[in-house]
Design a protein around this ligand. Structure first.
Ligand code: PDD
Length: 278
């Protein structure tokens, strides 16, 4: 039997009902987090919920309960559902209101959460993935982890339609990020990734990988790279909560490039696995 969190309680998944008047449903007016679970424990929970708080603040959505209670709900849901390896999805919408662009400030945010079993994609981690490079058509607050993900899902669909595993979005020639992952290149031993500004989501895995790199003396710069830079890069990889570090072996679309999973990617993957499975 599986439970979900709905508003103020754990309910059986099959009994969970969402209101018609939820602003998340009308406007995509809400935020979310996806937290990895390894061997029954949530990974980087604090970091995820710092970002959750930030997204809520940026969108002027008051949390329905203090942050520690939300973290407790996540931990309890993992236990209740006996989740070993997978993730917890936590979503918060602004609340219930008749459809009206202007939100009122008297709403109570609706918190929902579910768990899902997901294995680590060892095959892709070993063999790499393909990317479709395409124009980033999203809004200019990609730093907020909103549930409004139309640009991202359009990009993901196009990638799949072109037999690619993930999208690689770019604004003019500057590479921003994937549809649900951050992009890194390695050039002459230095790691480059887009700075954490309003053009990208500041991935928790991205931040963790930057920390790991600095810890083992790999120079890492939060500096944007262009499509042209891909031709000069020695390695490329993508990061995300469910996938960890995936080497890129080919890029097509706006630019063509091929790579082999290289030593820097392999070292970071190894270190990531060691840390996560501890
Ligand atoms: N997506 N960029 C975007 C646009 C994302 O949606 C995600 C994560 C990332 C990577 O962030 P993190 O390392 O914190 O997972 C980057 C999640 C996993 C999702 O939507 O399912």
């Amino acid at each position: 039997m599986e439970y979900v969190w709905l508003q103020d309680e754990f309910v059986k998944r099959e009994n969970a009902r969402i209101s018609f008047e939820d602003r998340g449903y009308y406007f995509g007016d809400g935020i979310y987090e996806v937290v990895r679970v390894y061997n029954g424990s949530p990974f980087l929970l604090t970091e995820h919920f710092e970002r959750f708080q930030r997204s809520a603040d940026e969108l002027d959505i008051p949390l329905p309960y203090p942050l520690p209670k939300i973290k407790d709900i996540v931990t309890e849901l993992v236990i209740k559902n006996k989740l070993e390896n997978g993730y917890v999805y936590v979503q918060m919408t602004r609340g219930l209101q008749e459809r009206e662009h202007l939100y009122t400030r008297d709403l109570t945010a609706i918190l929902t959460a579910f768990t899902k079993t997901v294995e680590i994609p060892f095959d892709k981690q070993q063999n790499g993935i393909s990317l479709l490079a395409l124009e980033d058509i999203r809004w200019l607050r990609c730093d907020i982890k909103t549930i409004n993900l139309l640009g991202n899902i359009m990009a993901k669909r196009k990638a799949e339609d072109n037999h690619c595993d993930e999208a690689l979005q770019h604004r003019d020639s500057t590479v921003t990020e994937g549809s649900s992952s951050n992009a890194f290149i390695v050039q002459n031993g230095t790691l480059y990734t887009h700075p954490a500004n309003h053009y990208i989501l500041n991935g928790i895995t991205r931040q963790f990988v930057l920390q790991l790199a600095r810890k083992i003396g790999i120079p890492a710069e939060e500096k944007a790279f262009t499509l042209d830079d891909l031709a000069l890069a020695d390695e490329m990889f993508m990061t995300g909560t469910t996938t960890e570090i995936l080497p890129v072996v080919s890029v097509k679309g706006s630019v063509q490039a091929t790579f082999k999973p290289g030593p820097v990617t392999r070292e970071l993957q190894k270190l990531f696995r060691e840390t996560a499975s501890r």
